[in-house]
Design a protein around this ligand. Sequence first.
Ligand code: HEC
Length: 131
Amino acid sequence: MDRTATGKYYSVACMICHSTNVKGEFPPDKLFSGGMEFPMPDGTIITSANISPDMGTGIGNMSKGLFISKFKACSDPASLDVKFWGYNTPMAWNFIAKTVRAEDLEAVYDYLMTQKPVNHKVEKITLQGVK
Ligand code: HEC
């Protein structure tokens, strides 16, 4: 597979959590702009991040190095501990870090950067009733 195909291949998995889903369809104008809500048992709501290349609300300002390091930091199982983040996250950081090679994550990053920037501000964590 060439790099673009690799990036696209993995990005489909990211898209499922990182796009607005309207009755099982992904509106093409909102791809990768986040907003899927994951209610946690304690009432906290974690919302998937905007990973479109928008400068203000997406990852347009995130360097490739930082992008990769976010996954690398999670290849250690200890990072699954809530204490690592201060909250638990449904983002499959650990799984992706373990199963996707760094060069393939780079291809994902490059692919994401070719997508349409979508201006959509996401509040990743809404803490509720957390002690
Ligand atoms: C199971 C759902 C799910 C899948 C699959 C998923 N993500 Fe996420 N992602 C999330 C959630 C929820 C967050 C927000 C919480 C967090 O930052 O951990 C997030 C956060 C992120 C962030 C952090 C953005 C920031 O502003 O810090 C990046 C980067 C990211 N995801 C990239 C990806 C990529 C690339 C893939 C595919 C290889 C992917 N995600 C697959 C749910 C998912």
